[in-house]
Ligand binder design. Structure first.
Ligand code: F3S
Length: 393
């Protein structure tokens, strides 16, 4: 792989141990995928922020990087953590809180914004055609497909290295020839809600592998629904982007395969994601991926003048930034007994310690991971159905 003089200096350790480690990661990755050079990026987004999933060894690595003087060279954001200070932080043991805080401190020392969100595209408008190094899979699919940015699905360590170096290897989705669809998908009928978009994503993720689909039938879809589609595609498969296609466009496409998604496929995919035998959830959660302002507004309006049941936790998950913008709706949700958690991902939190055994959600991604990562059964339902289950009659 060709390195500029400056990159060479990082690689040989002239710029310090931390830079050298990060450069080694990028060069190794580039060589693995036959990249010939590094390219500059506009931003990096790092996953692997929760102490629950990270554990102690990676935390020590972060500390060593920070001690070694690592500093981000581009705008660098962080995925959600395992708790928030106001609500879950008071429920979990102090040692877990301390470990989580120590991880955030190391990132802060390196210059990472404490964004703590899986929807970094809500923080500021993403430029079309910008090259990024993002590690959150749902945001990768959304930014490539809906926002027109260019990013591979990075792992936590490679996104971290890219943030420190300010560059990423030029391969995969960063090259125009690798962004062409290789399979056509036609949705047989109009999808009614965000949960059906999530179920479609879960269904397609399993059969597409890492292929890029041109999907016909997404016309007029709300961005919040496309977010659910993106998240689910990336959870059950390795899809990094999808393309929008209409009928005339589809006729011109030279793809090896055509898939028609029938109503029954969506129904079955949704059914498979609902593993619970009870209709009474312990937790009702909206906000995977993190809620937009529009979604929080919708939740608040669905509450009306009702209160949440005492025996059911109701959480809305979002970023601190969106929570601040949504203050009137946040107050309404909290007055009704719900909680708006900032910077938290329930999937990488310790919900099992709160005796949460059944999670109801409008997110196919959370439903997909709940049985393994949260040791809970899932009920996949629309926002409206979630509110109905959580509110008193
Ligand atoms: Fe975000 Fe966690 Fe869902 S990182 S996409 S809330 S699984």
């Amino acid at each position: 792989m060709y390195l500029t003089k400056e990159e060479e200096r990082s690689y040989t350790g002239e710029c310090g141990w931390a830079d050298q480690k990060c450069m080694e990661i990028l060069v190794r990755l580039g060589e693995l995928f036959h990249a010939t050079r590094l390219i500059p990026i506009s931003s990096a987004h790092v996953s692997g922020v929760s102490y629950k999933t990270l554990g102690d060894a990676p935390t020590e690595y972060l500390e060593a990087l920070a001690n070694g003087g690592a500093q981000v060279k581009v705008k660098a954001t962080l995925n959600p953590q395992s708790l928030d200070r106001e609500y879950l932080g008071k429920k979990y043991e102090a040692c877990l809180r301390d470990k989580q805080l120590s991880i955030l401190r190391q990132f802060e020392r390196m210059g990472f914004a404490q964004s703590l969100t899986c929807t970094p595209y809500y923080l500021e408008k993403q430029k079309r055609d910008a090259h990024l190094a993002w590690a959150e899979s749902s945001a990768v699919v959304y930014s490539n497909s809906v926002l027109g940015a260019w990013t591979n699905r990075e792992g936590g360590p490679s996104a971290l290295a890219a943030a420190i170096i300010g560059k990423t290897p030029d391969y995969g989705i960063h090259k125009a020839e690798n962004r062409q669809p290789t399979v056509q998908v036609k949705i047989a009928r109009h999808l009614k809600n965000e949960t059906e978009f999530g179920a479609l994503g879960a269904y397609l993720g399993k059969i597409l592998g890492d292929r890029i689909p041109a999907i016909q039938g997404l016309e007029g879809a709300a961005k919040d629904s496309l977010k659910q589609l993106s998240a689910a595609l990336a959870s059950t498969g390795m899809v990094n982007m999808f393309r929008f296609a209409d009928e005339s466009h589809s006729k011109k496409l030279q793809t090896e395969e055509k898939i028609v998604v029938e109503t029954e496929d969506i129904r079955k995919a949704a059914q498979e994601l609902s593993t619970a035998s009870t209709e009474k959830p312990d937790l009702v959660m909206i906000g995977c991926p993190h809620c937009s302002l529009n979604e929080i507004r919708k939740v608040a309006s669905l509450i009306g003048d009702k209160k949440f049941r005492d025996e059911t936790e109701f959480w809305v998950c979002t970023s601190q930034c969106v929570k601040q913008r949504a203050q009137p709706y946040v107050r309404k949700i909290e007055r009704s007994g719900g909680h708006v958690l900032e910077g938290v991902c329930t999937v990488v939190s310790w919900t099992e310690r709160l005796k949460i055994e059944t999670i109801m959600t409008n997110s196919a991604k959370t439903a997909h991971y709940a049985p393994t990562l949260s040791k809970a059964d899932a009920i996949l339902a629309t926002k409206e159905e979630c509110l109905k289950a959580a509110l008193r009659r």
